[in-house]
Ligand binder design. Structure first.
Ligand SMILES: [Zn+2]
Length: 217
């Protein structure tokens, strides 16, 4: 009976976040937890005529400038409890320099994206290790604040090693999230804790909600 329950539970979990085959291969760990957002100059001139983010958004109803928006996206990742990953905005984080950010940078530029997609992320790897990630965002997708936030959050998720989630409503990494889902959702946060755990044993618990199928010491 226990085995059947575990099987059902694992099938349920399999419906959520998915990681790329090489998972987290950035040179990060709990003692070196930071990746950097480096923004192309043409992007920093972006402004939005209205703040169309939903009422539950951290910067709802604020008049925002470009870097406040980028900081809010970075903080969404930083604020996930039990995940060690840190995301810094190179323009506003005083500790940024190109030496410490070598092989830890996510470059973000405007550009053409394939097909109907509004954003596109490409991981750069050398000898199986991730050494960078390049995000391109279409000008159309960048034109509305809520689209900008959701697209950039989604593409940073790809840079961190996540494929599209099979969870349609609780994941910004889903193809199908609605227009009012702009920030990390519960499925994304579980993925971050799994891939970048502050405590590896804790991550094991998170994946199965404490219902491990194998005996633990
Ligand atoms: Zn995607």
């Amino acid at each position: 009976m226990k085995k059947i329950f575990c099987l059902i539970f694992l099938l349920f979990l399999a419906a959520g976040f998915r990681v790329f085959p090489n998972g987290n291969s950035w040179p990060v760990d709990t003692s070196n937890p930071k990746l950097w957002l480096v923004i192309c100059p043409e992007m920093t001139a972006l402004t939005w005529s209205s703040n169309d983010l939903p009422a539950n958004d951290p910067i709802y109803n604020q008049t925002v400038n470009f870097n406040q928006v980028i900081d809010s996206i970075a903080n969404d990742f930083v604020n996930v409890p039990n995940s060690f990953i840190q995301i810094g905005n190179s323009a506003t984080d005083g500790t940024y320099n190109t030496t410490i950010a070598a092989q830890r940078s996510i470059n973000i530029c405007l550009g053409s994206t394939p097909g109907a997609s509004g954003g596109y992320a490409t991981l750069r790897t050398e000898s199986g290790r991730t050494v960078g990630c390049d995000i391109k965002m279409s000008a159309t997708r960048a034109s509305k604040l809520k689209w900008f936030v959701s697209t950039l959050t989604h593409e940073i998720g790809h840079c961190l090693g996540f494929d599209h989630s099979q969870d349609t409503t609780h994941a910004i990494m889903s193809y199908f999230h609605d227009d009012e889902t702009n920030r990390l959702q519960i499925d994304d946060k579980m993925g971050l804790i799994y891939m970048y755990p502050e405590n590896a044993n804790q991550a094991k618990e998170s994946m199965t909600f404490g219902l491990s199928c194998s005996p633990r010491n």
